[in-house]
Design a protein around this ligand. Structure first.
Ligand SMILES: NC(=O)C1=CN([C@@H]2O[C@H](COP(=O)(O)OP(=O)(O)OC[C@H]3O[C@@H](n4cnc5c(N)ncnc54)[C@H](OP(=O)(O)O)[C@@H]3O)[C@@H](O)[C@H]2O)C=CC1
Ligand SMILES: O=C(O)CCC(=O)C(=O)O
Length: 416
């Protein structure tokens, strides 16, 4: 049977599965089923052709028991409230898995940033920020980049929020440029975390990262950084893709040359040292490590049986549906979930927030060393939970994450 789940329904299924497994207090389950608040805004932007276009944006706070709301902002044509609610829920779990003092949030605007010029994009970002500013603040809600947004977007958000407050407030966003209080290491932090978790996963099974073959879906902030760090670790990156297509080289792509090519052309497609590949075929290559680093719902009940990779390390949020999870587990494919594998980004966002609040900044090597420590510790805790409960890594990560959130909810005295 194939599945047509929306993202929030999928997140609910993941929560329900772990609630049953750990006998979660039904009251806590009830709390975690719904986001704390959802804001939908419709706002006008003046387009450069003289017309006015209406856009719809969202900011969702899922659960704030462990700290202020934290999570990225996505600009994508298919972004809707269900997607943003799911992404906010995953942020609650993710922050708890790596034990950061944050609750989960996410935001988004339904738009195609590639169809907007820079001035339109700036206007859209500033207007969206003004509309959701009621929720934002360094001790309330701290956005960061996600798909379709970057350091420039964060700079516009910080500036708009600072204008509203009448003072410069760097700690209201993370993932901003270094010149305005960004952290060393944030740009590649998610990719670095993905590679660290891949290494730890392999080590836990008696394998090594060097010489592993890798396929990466998506060559943006997460995919490109992960590909480069896998390459530097001695892996063979056999395939990568972006929206325009996929490329393949049996002997491994030179990722540094590929980066130069993408800077020149805007796509991986046509890279001279490669052959074209049908994009969906990337998911079915017989590689050691498959890294989905684009959108959700890529591995489903319909295609999971075709996967030949030994390990899937989820750089993207929500790339594997529950039905696919079951098929992959039955096939013996090890899936390391988003809420652990891509937590390096929010971890360095946490460092950026702490540095901003203290106006005391760390070197890149300090940032990377602290990131390594947190990711290795989180992997160890999830691996231990997987052994203790004899379960897959997603279930184990949820046992750790949901367990911490439940403990916090109970400690507040809501359910004495
Ligand atoms: N940025 C971060 O710090 C974090 C991001 N994530 C998650 O990682 C994923 C990627 O985010 P990020 O790298 O920031 O986003 P970016 O916008 O930087 O990059 C997205 C990449 O995915 C490609 N892409 C989009 N759709 C497809 C598709 N259908 N097939 C193949 N490639 C596709 C894009 O192609 P093109 O370049 O052609 O547009 C681009 O290369 C998302 O799920 C996000 O939620 C998770 C944790 C932190
Ligand atoms: O860096 C952050 O605060 C959030 C990153 C993010 O959106 C994610 O982990 O999905």
């Amino acid at each position: 049977m194939s599945e047509h789940l929306d993202s929030f329904a999928m997140a609910q299924q993941q929560l329900a599965a772990v609630a049953e497994r750990i006998n979660l207090d039904p009251n806590v389950h009830e709390v975690l089923k719904s986001p704390k608040r959802e804001l939908t805004v419709h706002f006008p932007v003046s387009m450069r052709d003289g017309s006015i276009k209406m856009f719809t944006g969202y900011r969702v706070h899922h659960n704030l028991t462990r700290g202020p709301a934290k999570g990225g902002i996505r600009f994508h044509p298919e972004t809707d409230i269900s997607e943003v609610k799911a992404l906010a829920f995953w942020m609650t779990i993710k922050c708890a898995v790596v034990n950061l003092p944050f609750g989960g949030a996410k935001g988004g605007v339904a738009c195609d940033p590639r169809q907007l010029n820079l001035a339109e994009l700036e206007d859209l970002t500033r207007r969206y920020t003004t509309e959701i500013a009621i929720l934002l603040g360094p001790d309330k809600d701290i956005p960061a980049p996600d798909m379709g947004t970057n350091g420039q977007t964060m700079a516009w958000i910080m500036d708009t929020y600072s204008m509203l407050k009448g003072t410069t407030v760097p700690a209201v966003v993370t993932g901003k440029p270094i010149a305005i209080g960004g952290s060393e290491g944030r740009i590649e932090a998610t990719g670095r975390g993905v590679v660290t978790i891949a290494r730890e996963t392999l080590l836990s099974r008696g394998n090594q990262l060097p010489d592993s073959t890798v396929a990466v879906q998506g060559f943006g902030n997460v995919g490109a950084a992960a590909a480069k760090l896998f390459y530097r670790s001695g892996c063979k990156i056999q395939a990568v893709s972006d929206v325009q297509g996929a490329i393949f080289n049996q002997n491994g792509l030179d990722i540094l040359n590929l980066e130069d090519w993408v800077k020149k052309t805007g796509t991986v497609v046509g890279f001279p040292e490669s052959e074209p590949l049908a994009p969906e075929e990337l998911l079915y290559l017989p590689v050691d490590l498959l890294i989905p680093a684009a959108l959700q719902n890529q591995l489903t009940g319909e295609n999971a049986h075709k996967v030949k990779a030994r390990y899937i390390i989820e750089g993207a949020n929500g790339p594997t549906t529950p039905e696919a999870d079951k098929i992959l587990n039955d096939k013996g494919v090890v899936v390391v979930p988003d809420v652990l594998a891509n937590a390096g980004g929010v971890t360095v966002s946490y460092f950026e927030w702490v540095q901003g609040l203290q106006s005391f900044f760390w070197s890149e090597s300090e940032v990377n060393a602290k990131l390594e420590q947190i990711m290795v510790r989180a992997f160890g805790q999830v691996n231990a939970a997987a052994k203790k409960h004899n379960c897959d890594f997603r279930t184990a990560a949820y046992i750790v994450g949901v367990g911490r959130v439940a403990e916090a909810i109970t400690a507040l005295g809501i359910f004495p």
